[in-house]
Every structure is written in C-alpha cells, then in structure tokens.
Design a protein around this ligand. Structure first.
Ligand code: NG6
Ligand code: CA
Length: 504
C-alpha cells in the first residue's frame, strides 16, 4: 500500500474510532447516586415504613428495582464512602470516621470511580456531605483547599466538608469556602478549645437541642458541634436550609450538563443528626425530627427526578438510591428519636443499627431506577456497594487501571435486575467483621470492650468472645447463634474472612 492510501485509511479508521466514542458517550446513561446518610432499610415506604411517608422514593421503587439484600461496605460513613469511590475495602487504609479537619484519605495518584467515569466522557460532580478528609495536613480554610474532590475526580463540588455535627459549619464550592469575608478568617480546632463561637457545655441556654458530652463544642445556629471554631460569620450555613441549598446545587449541576453524560454523587446530609428539619417539614411525620427529616429527604429525591424529567433525561438516567450505613435513633442530640419511634422499624426486620455488625448495620434500602434498561421489580441478589465501581466501569466499557479498585467485582447484570446472581462472599465492616455466604452470616469474635460512647447510644455493635453464625433464611433477625451445629460452615467462612483481611 502506498503512503497516500495508508494516510487515507488511517484517517477513515481514526474518524470511525472518534465516532464510536462519541456515539457510545451519547448513549451512556447519566448516573446519579443519591446517597442518604444513616437511612435504615425499613425507613422507606416500600420497605415497610410506618411513621413517615416517602412517596417520591416509593415512585422510584415502583418504576425501578428494589434490592433487598444490597449492602454498603461498612456500618459507618467514611469507610462506606471510601469503598464506594475507590472500590477498595476501608480496612486496607484504616478508613474510619474522620474529624472535620482530617486530611484527604483517598490516594489521588490512583484511579477512582469518578476518574474512571471522566475517562468515559462523563462530567462529574459531588453535592453534599464529603467526610473523606481534605488537604494534606493542617487546613487553611481561608484559601482554596489543595486536595479534595477535584483531585479525586470530580469536576464540580459543593460540600458539607465533614458532617453536620462537626465544624467548620460552612459550605465549600470547588474547595473554597462560600461567602467568606477575608477580614473574618476561619480557624478550626479539634481537641484544644479556642475562643470564638461559644461552647455548648458552657451555654446550654443557646441550644435548640441538648447533646451528649461529645457534641458540646462550638455553638452555631443554636446547635453545638464536635470541635471548635472561630470566624467566618458571613459564611456560616443554616442547617434548616440544607435541603434547599443542596437540591438547588444538584439541580444546577444537572441543568448545566444536559448535553453530555454526567455523574452526580448527591450526598445528602439527611437523615444524620443534628436532625433540624426545615419548617416546611416539621411535623410531617409522626416520629418527630427523625421522621421529619426522612420526609424532607424524600422531597429532595423528588426534586431531582423532577429536574431530570424536565430535561427529558429521566428515561436514560441510572439513579441508584441508597444509604451509607444503618439507622440510629439517639446519636448525640436529644431529638426524641427513641421515644417517638412507635411501631416504625428503622432497620426493618433486621437486627442492629449504625455501628453494628448485625445485618441492619449494612443492609441498605437500595433502589435502582433506569426506565430505559431496568424493569420494575425486586431482587434479593447479595450485592455490595464496593462493586459499583467495577460494575459501572463495565456499563461504560472502561478498563480499570492497575492497582485501582482491588475489591470491586462486576455485578452489573444484578444491579440492573438482569440476573439474580449475587456475591459468593460479602464482607461487612463494622467494629468487628461480618461475612455473608448465601444464607449464612458469620461474625468474627472480638474481645475488646465496647467503647463507652457506643454503649450510651443503646447500640449492640456485635462484639462477642465466641464466633456467631446465623442462618438468615430461617432467622433473618439473627437471634439464634447456631455456630456449634455447623462446624464445617464456620471453618470455610473463618478461612475466607481471614484470607480477605490478611490481604492488607
Ligand atoms: C461519631 C459521633 C456521631 C456521628 C458519627 C459520624 C461521637 C460520640 N459520635 O463519632 O455523633 O457524628 O461519628 O456519623 O462523637 S457518620 O454517619 O458520619 O459515620
Ligand atoms: Ca452515615
């Protein structure tokens, strides 16, 4: 072939390549992960909620797939979020609940879920709770924070930096404090007390809700937080405005990205404490503040679907609605969650809660909605959020970089309801470890005493000195420890869990 022909064919093949990328990008669905904070399996209507109505979530479920055995990877927030975005178990990096000034725990040299989607042509955004750390050491809140969502793979970010109950109580947009007056700089401190906003333990008269001893630092908007803070008065958030501020930002992101596929990680503050519902939602449930913020969260979900519908995008948007860890009643603030719960079962029929290795700690309300591809129904496939990385990579036909997502497996078909096949083994991280194998649930013994602050929350983290084994088919509420009757199963599961944990 002479040079002229070679050039000719190269150009044709090049254009065909470009065309097919453009074509597949055009057809790739938008992806929205709605990540609710501390929402339990039984907190939504379709899973049996009694004390609160969730019409918007129920509509997603009615037109989508309700997964009844899908798990976050851990019974607390930071570890679950870490696994979701990295496809790696949290224990590998000792990812644990972080303070508000902790450094970023995601390795920015490695590929992440949003980086993988960027490579597939997606515009990526995160709106809401972050809680994965920021910067690399002491944070200067008065400048752009050098390490954060951008370096993790998000083109756009609007954040609650850590949690609603931790300072600093300001939003960050693209890693800069929103509305900061440079003449009133922000200082944040964990551990040593600094003058600035009054301290909760000294000024109970300022509080909207009383707290446990751990939440008695800076009082901001009548709520005392973990940690101390000074300055940044003009930038302070108003907790009651969270649902509006966050849905506005999420909607803006959608409005600006209608032309090409986007990935939105919409990470709500609700239903974490402090549970301070907007007046629009106060008394919208029969369960007090905890129920009211569930109704508020449901409203946020409805706003997102409305915006997608407005742009004609709902049909080809994959929405994954789920939560980061199980439910909790009393978790630091006196909001009468325990007293007002009535017959409502936050964890459904499952035992445990947030912080606990029993099923309710990680078995999450999970709904997948994608009218173009997902048929309405339910599925009991055993699934883990750690697999979303690999599964979504398969969806958008991307290879995963070497060293990335070591624990993530492709279960795309099951996430979309096209197969019932679940994980053979599924790790549940809490303050000890659980392992699922089909109907079996194994819990690793742990001798360590239960931390005091967990005892105060009336939570059973599942620590026992002996092995625990439950047959979830016969005993979904993990009441009868049958390990003595099944030594072979115990042996297999023990070996498997040790093999996983030894890979560190
Ligand atoms: C705990 C807090 C709890 C909550 C949790 C984070 C204490 C005693 N308890 O350390 O109130 O903020 O962290 O929740 O400080 S999570 O959903 O982000 O994991
Ligand atoms: Ca949480």
């Amino acid at each position: 072939m002479n040079f002229k022909y070679l050039m000719y064919y190269s150009i044709i093949f090049f254009l065909m390549g470009v065309n097919s990328t453009v074509f597949s990008q055009k057809n790739n669905p938008n992806i929205v992960i709605i990540y609710v904070d501390d929402l339990g399996f039984g907190d939504i209507g379709v899973n049996g909620a009694i004390g609160v109505k969730t019409p918007n979530i129920d509509t997603l479920a009615k037109n989508g797939l309700n997964l009844t055995d899908a798990h976050c990877s851990a019974a607390t927030c930071t570890p679950s979020r870490y696994s979701l975005l990295t496809g790696s178990y949290a224990f590998r990096s000792n990812a644990a609940i972080l303070e508000g000034d902790a450094p970023l725990i995601i390795d920015t040299k490695k590929e992440t879920l949003p980086k993988m989607l960027q490579k597939a042509g997606y515009t990526t955004g995160v709106v809401g709770k972050w809680h994965l750390g920021l910067g690399k050491g002491k944070i200067d809140w008065n400048k752009r924070i050098p390490l954060g969502p951008k370096e993790v793979g998000f083109d756009y970010s609007f954040l609650i930096p850590a949690t609603g109950d931790r300072v600093p109580c300001v939003f960050l947009e693209n890693q800069e404090v929103v509305g900061l007056d440079i003449n009133d700089p922000i200082t944040v401190s964990y551990g040593s007390r600094i003058e600035g906003y009054p301290w909760g333990f000294k000024h109970p008269e300022l509080l909207k809700q009383h707290t446990d001893p751990y939440h008695q630092g800076a009082v901001i908007n009548g709520i005392s937080r973990i940690g101390y803070m000074k300055g940044g008065k003009d930038a302070l958030w108003v907790d009651e405005d969270f649902p509006f501020v966050l849905t506005d930002k999420a909607n803006d992101f959608i409005n600006k990205n209608t032309e090409k596929p986007f990935f939105l990680y919409f990470s709500l503050h609700d239903i974490h404490q402090p549970r301070i519902a907007n007046i629009k939602f106060v008394e919208s449930s029969s369960m007090g503040p905890r129920g009211d913020v569930i109704a508020q969260m449901d409203w946020c979900v409805g706003q997102i679907t409305k915006t997608l519908k407005k742009h004609n995008l709902l049909e080809n948007t994959l929405i994954i609605f789920t939560s980061d860890n199980g439910p909790i009643l009393d978790d630091g603030y006196v909001d009468y969650a325990r007293e007002l719960v009535g017959d409502h079962k936050p964890g459904g029929i499952f035992r445990g809660s947030k912080y606990s290795v029993y099923e309710a700690g990680t078995r999450m309300p999970t709904i997948v909605h994608w009218p173009k591809e997902v048929k309405p129904g339910t599925s009991s496939a055993l699934l883990s959020q750690v697999d979303l990385y690999k599964s979504l990579a398969c969806l958008v036909k991307q290879d995963i970089e070497k060293d990335a997502a070591p624990d993530s497996q492709d279960f795309l078909k099951s996430w979309l309801g096209k197969s019932n096949k679940g994980r053979k083994f599924l790790l549940e991280e809490a303050y000890t470890y659980g392992l699922r194998m089909g109907k079996w649930k194994y819990i690793k013994p742990k001798k360590k005493p239960v931390p005091n602050w967990i005892v105060q929350k009336f939570v059973d983290p599942g620590f026992r000195e002996e092995v625990q084994l439950f047959n979830l088919d016969e005993d979904p509420s993990e009441k009868n420890n049958v390990y003595k009757n099944h030594p072979k199963i115990v042996e297999v599961m023990e070996q498997k869990i040790n093999a996983i944990l030894d890979q560190k």
